[in-house]
Design a protein around this ligand. Structure first.
Ligand SMILES: [Zn+2]
Length: 356
């Protein structure tokens, strides 16, 4: 059943080397509260992690998920602790001469525009009947000063936003929604499961840095299609990062070529050492692989730019010459990213099982 590829043993060291002490492991988590002791006692976990890494060499931003030594952090628990010093703003990275310029707005495909920043993505998908905005960043201020001006800079009118799609119920994705809704009154789409999560103080993550969550609006069901004129988005509930994370499949255009993108709706393990949750996450990623393969997906996107390599790919787009491949079109690697998500979450579950 399990068909392991031969992988270099160096990958094990590479995997361990990616232990980043709670920085890169969960996109929303910065301070370990609830962690699992490192274990190297599960050869099965190691094999799965190796296989995941080998499948997605083109997506180094996902590799930290395969570290079997990184702590598994419960970000919700962190934020439920009173007078928690970790809610202080994170120190700004020291500037260095070789530092890349801040990530600005960019037209990535003819119909897909990046309008986020270096920490979190917001994507504008244009159709013949309006714009679908995917995620709203952290705060109303970011929506007003990053998303809307970014769209205008790229020649889009934010008043054309007909739908605001929230990939999951964490405030780095919904926090700017109130400003977008007040200004442009789009239909807000999220899963019922994540709206329920936001109603549950035990499940939701409260972070004072985030804007207000959205009012219940369009509660998307699994495998629902959103068709706007010439464009259809497939919407799939992929439990894992949150119980009702929403992942998407949609066409992206590059001149005469049409490609298909999968947007994975939530990535980091910020829910603590929860074996069942990890196994569910793995199943979600496997299922998305199947769906993406049937849809001819050759582009993998995330809602955090570091996960899908957006900064480097945008830099490559800026110097792209006629006839060059599109740097976001990665062929089999796009499905390989889903393989990594499936294998490395299972590896983490096996790691927990071995530590029981
Ligand atoms: Zn999240």
């Amino acid at each position: 059943m399990l068909n392991f590829r031969v992988v270099a043993t160096g990958l094990v060291a590479g995997c361990a080397g990616l232990t980043l002490a709670g920085v890169a492991f969960g996109s929303d988590a910065s301070q370990p509260v609830d962690s699992t002791p490192a274990t190297a006692t599960s050869p099965f976990a190691t094999l799965l992690a190796q296989r995941g890494l080998a499948a997605a060499e083109g997506y180094p931003g996902l590799h930290s998920l395969c570290s079997l030594e990184a702590p598994l952090i419960d970000a919700g628990k962190r934020h439920r602790l009173s007078d928690d010093a970790s809610d202080k703003p994170r120190p700004k990275p020291k500037s260095s001469a070789g530092k890349r310029k801040p990530l600005g707005p960019h037209r990535v495909f003819d119909n897909l525009y990046f309008v986020g920043n270096g920490q979190v993505s917001s994507w504008a998908l244009t159709t013949s009947e309006g714009i679908v905005l995917i995620d709203a960043m952290n705060t109303p201020n970011q929506a007003e000063t990053i998303i809307a001006p970014g769209m205008r800079e790229l020649g889009l009118d934010p008043a054309d936003i007909t739908h605001l799609l929230i990939t999951h119920g964490h405030g780095d994705h919904y926090g700017g929604q109130s400003w977008i809704v007040e200004q442009y009154a789009p239909e807000v789409i999220m899963t019922r499961i994540d709206w329920d999560m936001l109603d549950d103080p035990e499940q939701r993550i409260d972070n004072p840095r985030w804007g207000e969550p959205p009012e219940r609006d369009h509660q998307v069901i699994d495998d629902e299609m959103l068709t706007l004129g010439d464009t259809t988005l497939g919407m799939y509930i992929t439990p894992g990062h949150t119980p009702g994370t929403l992942s998407l499949v949609f066409p992206v255009k590059d001149g005469d070529e049409v490609h298909h993108a999968v947007l994975w709706g939530g990535t980091g393990f910020n829910f603590g050492p929860d074996e069942a949750r990890l196994r569910g996450y793995s199943a979600s990623a496997s299922r998305m692989h199947q769906i993406a393969q049937e849809a001819g997906v050759d582009v993998f996107l995330s809602n955090h730019p570091k996960r899908d390599g957006t900064p480097g790919r945008i830099a490559a787009l800026e110097t792209r010459k006629a006839g060059d491949a599109h740097p976001f079109v990665t062929g089999d690697q796009a499905l390989g990213a889903l393989d990594l998500l499936s294998d490395c979450t299972l590896a983490q579950a096996e790691r927990l099982r071995a530590a029981r």
